[in-house]
Design a protein around this ligand. Structure first.
Ligand code: SF4
Ligand code: SF4
Length: 267
């Protein structure tokens, strides 16, 4: 979170009581990535649901078919066709906040306290990537809990981890998925599934966890992206122009009736 602040020039969010600690509870226009904690019962067992605890990193998931891009009326949100980064252009933005309402993960945050406000969200450190660096969160993470790489390589790594036996020693890369900088440690227990492979058409940020994903604030979502669902509805409604013709017919009928009614009143 601190590395993210440095990379994106956001200042700490001090708590209300003593204004001392940078302790944001959620994403905001100042906090583009946040680590949240899950705990249950005695909270003794790491990455386990019962009497356990776990951490989860929240930020933009850079959806493959992003709703925020689809709803933006002025193309202020765009998806890079090569890297897949979902970017924001404040110069185009008209502040409608459709993207805030459309994101299934509650990611984009608006600067409500500013006169000239922007949206803020993770842009996968695109400024660092342009300089040949990796995102700051992956660069700083000491354990490889956050890893950067090609989506196909990350998904393959997730699959490799699903094949490991919990408790047995295994090697885990740090910073980048193909890094030679690895740590050997006991393999944790993982959920059977990887989050982000199918949810709303897939996301470029994927999650592995030992605790059910919905307990970590990752919602249960349909496989089809909202974008393709809305397109299907539009295409069905407009198929053969039947619905508009019917609507037009109804409107015409209503207008005629109204016109006749007025004529009768004039007599
Ligand atoms: S997580 Fe939300 S803000 Fe990020 S790309 Fe997906 S829809 Fe857009
Ligand atoms: S608030 Fe800006 S980025 Fe979001 S949908 Fe509206 S114009 Fe697009």
């Amino acid at each position: 979170m601190t590395a993210c602040r440095e990379a994106n020039s956001t200042h700490p969010e001090f708590n209300a009581e003593d204004k001392l600690w940078d302790a944001p509870l959620d994403l905001s226009a100042l906090t583009l990535t946040v680590i949240k904690a899950y705990s249950e019962g005695s909270a003794e067992n790491k990455d386990q649901e019962k009497d356990g605890f776990a951490f989860v990193k929240k930020s933009c998931l850079h959806c493959i078919d992003p709703s925020c891009v689809s709803v933006c009326p002025v193309s202020a949100m765009t998806k890079d066709p090569a890297l897949g980064i979902v970017s924001y252009n404040p110069n185009n933005c008209i502040g409608c906040r459709y993207c805030v309402a459309a994101c299934p993960f509650g990611v984009p945050r608006f600067e409500y306290d500013k006169t000239i406000a922007r949206l803020r969200k993770c842009e996968m450190c695109k400024q660092r990537q342009a300089d040949g660096k990796i995102p700051a969160c992956a660069e700083i993470c000491p354990t490889g809990a956050t890893l950067f790489g090609q989506v196909t390589a990350l998904r393959a790594e997730a699959e490799r981890r699903h094949q490991l036996t919990a408790g047995k020693l295994a090697f885990f890369p740090r910073r980048t998925v193909d890094s030679r900088d690895t740590q050997e440690r006991p393999s944790p227990h993982y959920n059977a599934k990887t989050y982000g492979l199918i949810e709303v058409g897939g996301t470029q940020v994927c999650y592995l966890a030992g605790v059910p994903f919905d307990k970590l604030g990752l919602p249960v979502l349909p496989e089809k992206s909202f974008v393709s669902t809305s397109e299907t509805i539009q295409h069905t409604v407009y198929k053969g122009m039947i619905a508009p013709a019917l609507l037009f017919g109804c409107l015409l009928f209503a207008v005629r009736r109204h016109g006749n009614h007025n004529k009768n009143e004039d007599k």
